[in-house]
Each structure stands twice: as C-alpha cells, then as structure tokens.
Design a protein around this ligand. Structure first.
Ligand code: FAD
Length: 351
C-alpha cells in the first residue's frame, strides 16, 4: 500500500535561516555571485529585530545612510534584493539540519517543509526572541490590549497616559520617543541607576526637570482595570509608600529572553550555549557548508551591529560560491564598473 504522499523537497543553492537585516543582505551578496536563496523565519514579517522590536526607531550607524528607521531599512533591503527573487517562508521555524552529501543538507521546518541545499546560512539573531514578562499578578489579561512589550505604531499611543517601566535602552528610548506623543508619560524604574546610554539618560532627566514627564522609583505590584483595559498601576515606591499611577497603557521593557531554540540541536559547536563560533575569513562554522552571520555568531571582537553582519554576509558568499560551483573561478568585481553584475541587478545600460 502506498504511504503518505511526501512533498518534494525544495531545492536551492542556499537556505538562509532568519530574515533579519543580515539574512536579507546575504541574499544580495549571494545573488551577485549567482546563488539563489530561500529564507525561513519564525516571525510573520520580514526584518527580524528591526521589524519586530523597533520599526519606528531611528538607526544612525548604517554606512552611507545618516538616518533610517528599522522599517525603512528593511524596506530598502527588500528593494535592493528584489532582482534576486529570493523566496520567503514566514511563520515557520527551522527545526533540523541534516548533512546528506558533501556538502548537501536537508533542512526541515516545523510546518513540514523540506529543503535540499548546498549551503546553510544561519542568520538567526538571538534565536526566537520573547519579551520578559514582569512579575505582576494578572498581567496576562491586559497583554496586547493595554500592556505592550513592543511599540509597533507610535500613533496608537497619541494622547494616552503612558507608564513605561524599565531602566535599559528600550525603556529610555521609548520614553524619549513617546514623550511628545503621549498626553502624560511616567517612567518607572526600580532604582536611580540606569543601564541605558548616558546620552538617553541625560535627555530623559532634562524632560523630568522641564516637568514634561514624571520619573518614579519603585515597582508595579498590581494592575487595576476592566476587560483588558488598564486604568491604573499600583506602585510600591522605594520610599515604602504605595501610590496609584493612572494610565491607559503600560509598556514594560524588562529585556528579551533570547531562546536559541532548535539551533542548539544542529550539531554545531556553540559558545556559552548560545552563540555560534565562526572563523573570520568566511564566517563558516565548524561544519563545512554551514555559515553563521549577524547577531548569532561569535568571534574575537564581535560587535552585534547590523553593519558587521553585512560584512560577514559578503565574505560568506565568497566561500559559499566554492560549494555551489566547485572548481569555478570567482573574479572579484565592483558593481560600479562590472556590466555583468549590473545585468544581474537589472540596471545594465540603464545608467
Ligand atoms: C531596540 C534596538 C535598537 C537597535 N539599534 C541598532 C542600531 O542603531 N544599529 C545597529 O547596528 N544595530 C542595532 N540593534 C541591533 C540590530 O537590530 C541587530 O544587530 C540585528 O537585528 C541583527 O540582525 P540579524 O539578521 O543577525 O538577526 P535578527 O534581526 O535578530 O533576525 C533573526 C531572525 O531569525 C529568526 N529565527 C531565529 N531562529 C529561527 C529558526 N530556528 N527558524 C526560523 N527563523 C529563525 C528570528 O525570528 C528573526 O526574525 C538594535 C537592537 C534593538 C533591540
């Protein structure tokens, strides 16, 4: 009797795990060298942390772009990689990687999809990231209604009374960004020391001095509200007094738990159980044919910056070419002057 019909594996040169900025730019570098890529991401959107955590926040350190937002960076990357026709598989998590050739890999997702590829590029950032939930009894009932762990649209908070909780970069950045939007904003932190960038702390303190926002030291011990709509937070101040902070929305920024997830089971050496060591000539892991770029990798001097992940993608593609086209010579070319690269970009003769 015939067994269940298995879908044919999707064959591709390169399978990229993670559609964050580094996975996206890898498509460009691979594409210039004629390698086709598919990308898989757990999220329902393209762009990794930029899209999920700070779409409207400004980024100032992308070379040649004085300022862009998380979202506009992702939009530009999508425009840039358009000529290469990468295919996306969203809301799917890569669960396993199996070596079936030299090099040839079978990659499976939790949606039952299978890929067969010569090269795997792990651009999985911190894995699947989840916000840390503050220990406030009953907070679940308010989540995504009036308690938010990320700001997707600032407009949503226009004219609202906001209570932001935390002392790190996210809490301070959102305090500064939302202060002009909110009708009233209170920043609550458990102590008077902040982990955020000193410049942000200074700017926040200036707003407090100008009485544009309130700063309270203490912790939320309870929430009061109805039908998911918070009315006030009960705050135990560091002076021992309990006060009510009336608010329409609570934004706790207690950091993220980066759950590495299945990456840990792929037979790749890990550093401190969460990062993938790579060599810095090509950002290949200890498994030939499997590369790691962006926030997920580690090497001496590593900086978790987007621009570093872009560089890593460029060097990765050079080595990946050897696996996809063994014995084929690779000639180094500039996009400015190479008509063959311009043809791939669809701009040949156009300028
Ligand atoms: C608030 C904030 C501000 C920042 N500001 C800057 C800045 O100004 N400049 C700068 O350079 N950097 C900044 N960063 C850091 C920057 O966002 C990261 O360095 C960058 O996003 C890393 O890109 P990535 O592609 O490596 O990973 P990510 O953006 O983390 O994307 C990884 C993707 O992989 C997916 N994934 C993980 N595991 C799997 C799996 N098993 N299967 C399928 N998909 C998987 C995830 O869902 C995710 O979408 C900031 C970060 C934050 C949080």
């Amino acid at each position: 009797m015939a067994g269940p019909i298995m879908a044919e594996p999707i064959k591709t040169d390169v399978l990229i795990i993670g559609a964050g900025p580094c996975g996206l730019f890898a498509v460009f570098e691979l594409g210039l060298l004629d390698m086709k890529a598919h990308l898989v991401d757990i999220l329902d959107k393209i762009g990794g942390q930029c899209a999920e955590l700070y779409p409207e926040k400004p980024i100032y350190d992308i070379p040649g772009i004085p300022m862009c937002t998380g979202k506009s960076l992702v939009d530009s990357l999508m425009e840039q990689i358009k000529p290469f026709g990468a295919q996306f598989h969203l809301q799917e998590m890569v669960e396993s990687i199996e070596k079936i050739g030299d090099p040839l890999f079978r990659v499976k997702t939790d949606a039952g999809k299978e890929f067969e590829c010569k090269v795997v590029v792990i651009a999985a950032g911190g894995g699947s990231f989840q916000p840390k939930r503050p220990p406030i009894p009953g907070i679940e009932a308010y989540e995504e209604k009036s308690v938010f762990y990320a700001v997707r649209k600032m407009e949503q908070f226009r004219g609202k009374r906001l209570l932001i909780v935390g002392g790190g970069d996210s809490a301070l950045d959102w305090t500064l960004n939302l202060a002009p939007v909110a009708s009233r904003l209170t920043l609550l932190h458990r102590r008077d020391q902040f982990r955020a960038a000193p410049d942000s702390v200074n700017k926040m303190m200036a707003l407090v001095a100008e009485k544009k926002i309130d700063l309270v030291l203490g912790q939320v011990t309870g929430l009061d509200g109805e039908g998911g709509a918070v009315r006030k937070a009960i705050v135990k101040g560091n002076d021992g007094a309990t006060i009510d902070v009336e608010c329409d929305a609570l934004l706790p920024f207690f950091g993220l738990t980066m759950k590495l997830g299945p990456v840990a089971n792929w037979g790749i050496a890990l550093k401190d159980g969460e990062l993938i060591p790579v060599e810095t000539a090509s950002f290949e892991t200890n498994v030939p044919g499997i590369f790691a770029i962006g926030d997920i990798n580690w090497y001496p001097g590593k900086l978790k910056l987007i621009l570093c992940g872009f560089h890593e993608g460029a060097l990765m593609a050079q080595k990946a070419h050897q696996y996809c086209f063994p014995g084929k010579r690779l000639v180094f070319q500039y996009t400015t002057s190479s008509s063959s690269l311009q043809k791939k970009l669809g701009v040949a003769g156009g300028r």
